[in-house]
Structure formats: structure tokens, C-alpha cells
Design a binder for this molecule. Structure first.
Ligand SMILES: C[S@@+](CC[C@H](N)C(=O)[O-])C[C@H]1O[C@@H](n2cnc3c(N)ncnc32)[C@H](O)[C@@H]1O
Length: 246
């Protein structure tokens, strides 16, 4: 069974938001430009997409791998966007608010860069229900927990998904629309070994695992557990929110 792709939920969210050809769109926290590129295809040659990130190395990858004539990448802190930026029809962000210390202040600031009637749209992850269905796979559940514990230890809000509706109301976006979807993975096909490897240093820095944590042993135990019991489980809960500036 193929687990859901990285962009499946994002594409459904962008479709619900009804982004049109010719629109001017901002992608905040664009990183390597994956969402920026999806957006550039939706708005077409008559539209334009600005991708913003404060990490220059990721922007270099974006420029190499996800460029197009209608994309411009800007190196900036999302809290300090250049005032001269022309207003946007849509502002999009994927998995960015969950890492920001002042998510509400960020949204308030971004609203300034929207045209009247412009749309503010975010996709964020929430730890709620993570590992549900994997009761026969305690190591898998522990792996999910460690990932979220690391994000929380770094100051991320691991329950931001549930707060997006109120955040939008609090910044004066009326009638926000919220959708959520469980991302299902299985004992046979999941990203837990890969992601633990990617996050191992951060896990050690934040003492989520001990310094003597062995990735090799962890991987072997995970594979063994997956051979003993099969299960499909909730790996992540994706939340999408959008609403219009009045
Ligand atoms: C988890 S990544 C999400 C990447 C991308 N949106 C995606 O979904 O593929 C979060 C990104 O937000 C960026 N970021 C975090 N805080 C930021 C800030 N204050 N200003 C600009 N970018 C920021 C990070 O550099 C990182 O590239």
C-alpha cells in the first residue's frame, strides 16, 4: 500500500481555496520551493509567485530545483517582509506557523500584505492522534512521539492545527474554513526510520534520546517489530485553514 504523498493534502487544500490563473501569490517559509512550484503551475504564466524564506541555503536549492519564469525567491524573515512588496491575492504557507514563536503576530503582519478580499491559507501539522492504530507497534509509536517531542523542545507548537480557527478570528478574518485529514502510514511503508535519522542530532541536542542512542539498533528493532505485527496508523494530522481579508 502506498502511503499518501507529501503533496496530496496540499493540492486538495489549494483547490478548495480556488486559486486562479493570473493571481499574485506569496509562499511564506517556502524552503526548497516545493509548494512554490505547485503554486506557479496553478497561476500560470500570467500569474506570479514569490517564495520567502530566511534560510539562504534552502533558497539556493529552490532556485536550482523549483524555479520557473513566474517565480521569484526572496531571502527574508517572515516577520520583516520588505514594506515595498506589492499586495497579494493569496498568501500561502505550509508547516511554518507551527515553528514560529509568535504565530498570531506573524499572521497579523501578513494580513497587511493581502489585497482586500485576498486569501490567507495555511497547512500545518498537529500531533493529535499521532500513532493511533499502532498499539501493536510500540516502537513505532515511540518514534512518532520522539519526533513531536523534538519539535516541542525546539519551541514549536505541536497543537497549532486545533488553534488555527481561533487565530484567524482573532486577527479579524471572518468565517475561516478549516479542514483536517489523517495521514495514514503502515508498518510496511512509513518514513519513521528515515525521519529519525534526519532528526537524530536534534533529538540528542534536546535530550529526547540519550547520547548513546544507536540508529542502527533502532532501525533493526523497528524492522523486527514491523515483521511481527502489521498495522496502519495515523502518522500525522494535516490541518488546512483559509479565509478572506475583508
Ligand atoms: C518545515 S519547513 C517548511 C517548508 C515548506 N513550506 C514545505 O512545506 O515544503 C519550514 C520553513 O520555514 C522557514 N522559516 C522558519 N521561520 C522563519 C521565519 N521567521 N522567516 C522566514 N522563514 C522561516 C524555515 O527556514 C524552513 O525553511
Amino acid at each position: 500500500m502506498r502511503h499518501q504523498g507529501r503533496n496530496d493534502f496540499t493540492l486538495r487544500l489549494l483547490e478548495a481555496v480556488n486559486i486562479q490563473e493570473g493571481m499574485r501569490v506569496l509562499d511564506v517559509g517556502c524552503a526548497t520551493g516545493e509548494v512554490t512550484h505547485l503554486l506557479s503551475e496553478i497561476v500560470g504564466v500570467s500569474g506570479e509567485v514569490i517564495g520567502v524564506d530566511m534560510n539562504e541555503q534552502l533558497l539556493d536549492i529552490a532556485k536550482a530545483n523549483n524555479n520557473a519564469d513566474n517565480i521569484e525567491y526572496i531571502n527574508s524573515d517572515v516577520y520583516q517582509l520588505p514594506d515595498e512588496l506589492e499586495p497579494f491575492d493569496v498568501i500561502v504557507g505550509r508547516r511554518i506557523l507551527m515553528y514560529l514563536p509568535e504565530a498570531k503576530a506573524c499572521l497579523q503582519n501578513l494580513k497587511r500584505f493581502l489585497k482586500p478580499g485576498g486569501i490567507l491559507c495555511f497547512q500545518e501539522s498537529d500531533a493529535i492522534n499521532g500513532g493511533a492504530g499502532a498499539h501493536q507497534l510500540p516502537l513505532h509509536q515511540q518514534a512518532i512521539q520522539r519526533i513531536w517531542d523534538t519539535v516541542a523542545a525546539e519551541g514549536g507548537d505541536i497543537h497549532i492545527g486545533q488553534k488555527l480557527y481561533m487565530m484567524y478570528l482573532n486577527i479579524g478574518i471572518p468565517q475561516p474554513q478549516v479542514i483536517a485529514e489523517a495521514l495514514i502510514q503502515t508498518s510496511d511503508d512509513n518514513d519513521l526510520q528515515w525521519l529519525t535519522e534526519m532528526m537524530e542530532t536534534r533529538m540528542k541536542q534536546n535530550e529526547i534520546v540519550n547520547q548513546d542512542f544507536s540508529l542502527e539498533t533502532f532501525k533493526a528493532n523497528m524492522s523486527h517489530e514491523a515483521q511481527e505485527a502489521q498495522a496502519a496508523f495515523i502518522r500525522d494530522m494535516a490541518f488546512g485553514v483559509w479565509g478572506r481579508k475583508e
